[in-house]
Design a protein around this ligand. Structure first.
Ligand code: NDP
Ligand code: HSE
Length: 436
């Protein structure tokens, strides 16, 4: 059978990795796909830089040369960002080409429009590499778990921040030093604030929620909080209490709607996921039939991500000639069967909390604090008062609560901060048991 022709948009970390893996494993990949997958053309900005790895590829600085090339069957978008990636993907689809992309930002924000265009044109848009790098989580959620009513998904889905948290804790390195290393290793986004502030994780979570629950992509409703405000004290106190702090993406089905949130989270240290370190990612999925399942692997980097891109290329090659009506739907559910169940605001989320306050070391302070919590129906799981440092009037008080509604916790925090015996702002970090 004649080869299937692929055009790459971008030859950076992931594009370069894709080329390397396709070349190195060409024979096995052809045996699996049923025909050769041949990259014929690539678009970049800097031709000189690309020549080192391009080999016999035709290079261009005009990405339209790729999406308009009649000999190309599959366009692989590895440029990143919203524009011109969106216009190029839509042009490729309009030209009848299948698309493979690792671009979670693009799909989380413009996915509805892109999948609709692909559906109308009868082409595939594959995106395994967009979530959790090399872990085949899209395939697992969309196909492997298709019998289940998904109850919740929780994951460490940003390699850069997990790498930063691990290196800071284990080696005592400074935040900026570790971030620079993550950038050197090709883990970070072009704009690393997307990693640090939880935006990248929220993009990935939005995609998983859509596939898990059969809802439209609603990135604008995701609650997003990153790791930039985490302090060494909280990381250490969490450890003392038997917890690890991880940047988690959590999406949960509740009676009131869907929770969709990314934030630093205390997890019991004994959980497997609490021990996922460095650039590794892990996603826990709870289905009603299967129970909890966990998927683990490298969440970023050239070849791990290329592994997912090439898997999509093989899938598309195999399904190329299949009737579009009989392909697996892009987002697992039939496009006319999406649910309008609402995404809940963070105020309505119910979880447990770690609170750290600075209190003057005098009688009655803790009684005032516990009264405020009790009045708002917030029950305390544990409370610890640390020894004051030499000559220091203020002490750290750590409170772990049972589950409560975020709105009530915020009201309690405002009242406690108003007490004359409390100094400064209270630190609030959400906690999840993640029990199976
Ligand atoms: P890089 O910055 O390493 O590579 C981007 C590539 O796109 C470069 O070759 C660049 O060319 C090219 N490019 C940028 N703009 C244009 C343009 N207008 N026309 C033609 N070429 C262009 O990014 P990554 O490989 O890291 O990321 C690519 C995508 O994969 C992103 O969506 C990212 O979120 C996603 N991703 C990345 C992972 C990772 O570990 N890095 C993991 C999972 C997903 P030049 O170098 O000449 O400027
Ligand atoms: N910047 C992303 C991360 C790349 O660190 O996880 C993989 O999506």
């Amino acid at each position: 059978m004649k080869p299937i022709n692929v055009g790459l948009l971008g030859l950076g970390t992931v594009g370069g990795g894709t080329l390397t893996v396709l070349r190195r494993n060409a024979e096995e990949i052809t045996r699996r796909a049923g025909r050769e997958i041949r990259v014929t053309m690539a678009a970049v900005r800097n031709l000189e830089k690309a020549k080192a790895i391009a080999g016999d590829l035709t290079l261009t600085t005009n990405a339209n040369d790729v999406v308009n090339n009649p000999d190309i069957d599959i366009v692989v978008e590895l440029i990143g960002g919203y524009s011109p990636a969106k216009e190029l993907v839509l042009k490729a689809i309009a030209n009848g080409k299948h698309v493979v992309t690792a671009n979670k930002a693009l799909l989380a924000v413009h996915g509805t429009e892109i999948f609709k265009a692909a559906q109308e044109k009868g082409v595939m848009v594959a995106f395994e590499a967009a979530v959790a790098g090399g872990i085949p989580i899209i395939k697992a959620l969309r196909e492997g778990l298709t019998a289940n009513r998904i109850e919740w998904i929780a994951g460490i889905i940003n390699g850069t921040t997990n790498f930063i948290l691990t290196e800071m804790r284990d080696k005592g390195l400074a935040f900026d030093t570790v971030l620079a290393e993550a950038q050197r290793l090709g883990y970070a986004e072009a704009d690393p604030t997307f990693d640090i502030e939880g935006v990248d994780a929220a993009h990935k979570l939005t995609i998983m929620a859509a596939i898990g629950f059969g809802i439209p992509m609603q990135f604008d409703k995701a609650y997003t909080e990153g790791i930039s405000k985490l302090t060494k004290e909280d990381i250490a106190y969490a450890e003392e209490l038997g917890y690890r702090i991880k940047l988690l993406g959590i999406t949960k089905r509740t009676d009131k709607g869907i929770e969709l949130r990314v934030h630093p989270t205390l997890i019991p240290a004994k959980r497997l996921i609490a021990n996922v370190e460095g650039v590794m990612n892990a996603v826990l999925v709870k289905g009603d039939a299967v129970g909890a399942t966990m998927y683990y692997g490298r969440g970023a980097g050239a070849e791990p991500t290329a592994s997912a891109v090439v898997a999509d290329l093989v899938d598309v090659t195999r399904m190329h000639t299949a009737d579009p009506e009989h392909r697996v739907p892009h987002l697992a559910f039939q496009p006319d069967q999406l649910s309008d169940v609402p995404v809940l605001s963070i105020d309505e989320v119910r979880t447990a909390y770690y609170l750290r306050l600075k209190a003057f070391d005098k009688p009655g302070v803790l009684a005032d604090v516990t009264r405020i919590l009790a009045d708002l129906d917030i029950s305390i799981d544990a409370m610890i008062q640390k020894e004051p440092a030499e000559g220091e009037e203020l002490v750290d008080v750590i409170i772990l609560t049972h589950q409560a509604v975020e709105k009530a916790i915020n009201q309690a925090i405002a009242k406690i901060e108003g007490l004359s015996s409390i100094s400064g702002k209270i630190t609030k970090i959400r906690m999840e048991e993640l029990s199976a």
